[in-house]
Design a protein around this ligand. Structure first.
Ligand code: FAD
Length: 546
């Protein structure tokens, strides 16, 4: 997942549209003063579900998290003990540092950078080895016009305003580039695979819209620790005791007061509302029955996006046989698609492991191969590096096939034809936005597929958790905030003027009572100025309500 790395090749900047004031939203998503009352059931303990729970608990609510599998993290899954570092079987890169034009960072980047900046290892300036015409070329050195054209598509995509066709149809009809073209595999890797699919499934209009809607810049980072461990430390640890594992939700009844959520054993969980954070295929496949049935608009949104096959093949070698000084990334021509070398930026790691990233039709093919997929990958590496270098140095392989994971069933969501209503700059409501809308303030929707700006990512999933917590707090507001911290000087002198403040909370009223002095300004707001008349003592009291 490092498509935006390509921007450096042409030295291009993001279009001006990306610099609109709405950019501030992503940075602000994490900040909330809302407080809420109630008990909420969160379905799914992936990034979005856990972050929703974390924000709700912070806001004063209580939560129960029901997770179908035996682990938390969802599509963030560490593999320990395979390599000299934690192998990431799912999400690996942190996106969203912002860009040089002042785009603010994602709050995930911000929080990790605040916690420990040395954990963030930049990868944008590292080299990619491109396989082309039975040879290889470094991306930083090529002037091949066909390769430059690949990067032009990526940099121009957000300007597309044509008909609702697939990216494959666009390339064929507009640029006369088809599957037999010498650079087709680069389009597949940098666009199709990046979007979790193949070019003949990805909507060109959707691709354009999602490039234009992306707000958090083009820089990517690997982490010098396990992704999940960092998220646990920053956010999730506080709510992990609330996770009930091996609880597959099969039914949700939201017909009466509150909701009743039922698991596969028939156990009921009652709450004021439910948050669904499950992957898109779980909703599409009807794993969960709803009473009353979901509205047609919601069903259309669920079926108006797609999530398909995706896998990683992790290959460990006794010796690295590539140019270890230069190569971070490798683009292959066959099923293996793209392999990178995380050890290149991980402290103290041995450079002997490739992470190969395969999506869409190629992943479907490799999925059908079972363990033979490893032999196919090795054969492709042999043909790139010569001789039997990959096979001869092969030590161990690990396949994670997300398509076959029972409670995930794919990689991440992508737009198909019809996902975005209009051509040109994205306006009007799209399927992700409809998917995100709550139903009757009882059924709320989180998860990467519901993010309008950063779908398919971890920071996007977290952002949806923040959004849902805000929606719930608006629907179930606390009358009085749980904590009030009153600040202001306690040392007062006769005739002195002092300021006293409590945190500003939207929608609340403030009533100050002062003895021994006079409120000279600010009554009714979260901050008052007091003129003290009596040096022997006084009191300041605040009642906050809504
Ligand atoms: C191979 C791969 C590579 C990726 N690389 C990156 C990357 O480098 N950077 C990045 O930012 N993002 C990346 N992503 C995307 C990122 O992992 C996801 O966008 C994000 O983790 C999704 O979080 P989520 O909470 O929306 O869903 P999930 O993580 O899927 O969580 C949903 C949870 O719901 C549970 N569940 C399902 N059904 C039920 C049920 N009926 N009852 C109860 N629980 C249920 C599931 O078990 C799961 O734990 C990658 C994804 C994949 C697959």
């Amino acid at each position: 997942m490092n498509r935006r790395e390509l921007l450096r090749q042409l030295g291009l900047l993001f279009p001006a549209a990306l610099l609109s004031p709405s950019l501030l939203l992503s940075a602000a998503n994490n900040a909330s003063n809302s407080q809420c009352c109630g008990h909420f059931i969160v379905v799914g303990a992936g990034a979005s579900g856990l972050y929703t729970a974390y924000k709700l608990v912070q806001a004063g609510a209580t939560v129960t998290i029901l997770e179908a599998s035996g682990v938390h993290g969802g599509r963030i899954r560490p593999l320990e003990g395979f390599a000299s570092y934690t192998v990431e079987l799912g999400a690996e890169f942190v996106h969203g540092m912002g860009n040089q034009n002042g785009t603010p960072p994602s709050f995930l980047y911000h929080d990790i950078n605040t916690y420990n900046p040395s954990l963030l290892k930049p990868v944008n300036s590292l080299d990619t080895l491109l396989t082309i015409d039975n040879t290889t070329v470094w991306d930083s050195e090529t002037n091949d016009p066909d390769i430059l054209q690949v990067w032009q598509l990526i940099n121009w995509a957000s300007d597309y305003s044509g008909p609702d066709i697939t990216v494959a149809e666009y390339l064929q009809t507009v640029w006369d580039i088809g599957p037999t073209h010498r650079t087709w595999h680069f389009y597949e890797a940098y666009v199709g695979t990046e979007y979790g699919t193949s070019l003949d499934r990805l909507s060109m209009r959707g691709y354009a819209a999602e490039e234009a809607l992306w707000l958090t810049g083009g820089k990517d980072y690997l982490l010098d620790d396990s992704y999940l461990h960092i998220l646990d430390t920053l956010y999730f640890n506080t709510v992990l005791p609330n996770v009930l594992y091996n609880k597959q939700v099969t039914a949700i009844n939201y017909s009466g007061n509150g909701v009743t959520v039922t698991d596969q054993n028939g156990t009921n969980y009652v709450g004021n509302a439910v948050v669904l954070s499950v992957p898109l295929p779980i909703l599409q496949d009807g794993d969960i029955s709803f009473t009353p049935a979901l509205p047609t608009t919601k069903l259309n949104a669920i079926n108006g996006l797609e999530m398909g096959a995706g896998m990683k093949i992790v290959l460990k070698f006794t010796n690295a046989f590539w140019n270890t000084a230069q190569m971070f990334d490798l683009l292959c021509k066959g099923y293996t698609t793209e392999c990178w070398v995380p050890a290149k930026v991980k402290t103290g790691a041995t450079i002997n492991v490739l992470h190969c990233f395969i999506m869409g039709e190629r992943a479907e093919y490799m999925s059908a191969q079972g363990n033979n997929a490893i032999n196919i990958a090795l054969a492709e590496l042999n043909s790139i590096f010569g001789g039997n270098l990959a096979t001869n140095n092969f030590d161990e392989g690990y396949i994670i096939d997300w398509w076959q994971e029972p409670f995930i069933r794919g990689a991440y969501s992508y737009p198909i034809e019809g996902s975005y209503p209009n051509s040109g700059p994205p306006t009007g409501i799209n399927k992700r936005q409809i998917l995100a809308q709550p139903i009757n303030n009882k059924v709320f929707f989180a998860g990467e597929a519901t993010n309008n700006n950063h779908p398919s990512t971890v920071h996007g999933a977290l952002e949806t958790g923040a959004r849902v917590a805000e929606e719930i707090c608006a629907a179930f507001p606390a009358n009085i905030p749980n904590t009030l911290s009153l600040t202001g000087s306690q040392a007062v002198c006769s005739g002195a003027t002092n300021i006293y403040t409590v945190p500003a909370i939207t929608g609340t009223t403030y009533e100050w009572v002062v003895t021994g002095g006079t409120v000279v300004s600010g009554q009714g707001t979260n901050q008052i100025t007091v003129q003290w008349s009596n040096a022997t003592g006084g009191t300041v009291q605040i009642t906050q309500s809504r």
